[in-house]
Design a protein around this ligand. Structure first.
Ligand SMILES: C[S@@+](CC[C@H](N)C(=O)[O-])C[C@H]1O[C@@H](n2cnc3c(N)ncnc32)[C@H](O)[C@@H]1O
Length: 232
């Protein structure tokens, strides 16, 4: 399974700090995946409770396996429509860009959460990883959903239409980490859906070349950029 926690190693401390979770808070983690942000929230919120929600049973099984904290639980549900209880804070690390109907989904989250803190990708043009790897594989990626909240004005309008107050956007630029060396990074990238498909069709040498160009000796790193979006 692709190691998102390793990929996010330079972002997670900043995201956790931005979440500003306090002891006793009730927290909802949307699209929690294997739950690193859920567990961090659990430690910050204790004795408050944290619920991680995800569409993927496979990710949730991994999250449950890694979680020992009694105040953290998981739910298999579609966050865009599920009738949640009330939470002080809704957080999401790259889990809210994939909604089929974003307006309805954020209205649903607005009903559940007093405050939200989201980490989302800035547009593809700002993200070297999202240009360099498809270029190396000689194919354009068709899936633009990871960047669906990258346009600040559109995201601002979307959140305000859902009933949130004026959101704030903090630009953060950090490297993302694909692995300790070229072979580890190659194995990781191969597990991503779109690169995996292109790799099957095209040269593997080209991918190894671009990974080698980004091997810093301290990991294979690509430039990237996110927004941390906060709204009450
Ligand atoms: C890029 S992953 C991020 C996972 C995790 N937050 C992390 O940072 O490691 C996006 C996650 O959002 C989940 N997801 C997408 N749409 C969802 C929805 N409507 N309801 C719940 N989860 C959703 C996916 O199943 C996936 O696990």
């Amino acid at each position: 399974m692709f190691d998102y926690d390793a990929e996010m190693r330079f972002y997670q401390p900043q995201f956790r700090a931005a979440c500003g979770i306090r002891p006793g808070d009730r927290v909802l983690d949307v699209g929690c995946g294997s739950g690193q942000s859920t567990r961090d929230a659990g430690r910050d919120a204790a004795p408050g409770v944290v619920l991680g929600v995800d569409l993927s049973e496979r990710m949730l099984a991994d999250a449950r396996r890694r979680t020992a904290d009694a105040n953290v639980s998981y739910l298999h549900a579609d966050a865009s429509t599920y009738a949640f209880e009330s939470y002080d804070v809704g957080i999401s690390r790259f889990g809210v860009m994939f909604f089929a109907e974003p307006a309805a989904a954020f209205a649903n989250l607005r009903r559940a959460c007093r405050r939200i803190v989201l980490m989302v990708w800035q547009p593809r043009a700002e993200n070297e990883w999202a240009r360099a790897i498809p270029e190396a594989l000689g194919g354009a990626f068709r899936d633009e959903s990871p960047f669906s909240l990258g346009d600040r004005e559109q995201t601002r309008a979307l959140l305000m239409a859902a009933g949130f107050d004026e959101p704030t956007f903090t630009a953060v630029r950090e490297p993302i980490y694909y692995g300790a060396d070229v072979e580890a990074a190659y194995d990781n990238v191969r597990q991503l859906r779109e690169p995996g498909k292109l790799l099957a069709e095209r040269g593997q040498a080209a991918l190894r070349k671009v990974l080698a160009e980004h091997d810093t000796g301290d990991g294979v790193l690509f430039d990237s950029a996110v927004w941390i979006v906060e709204a009450e």
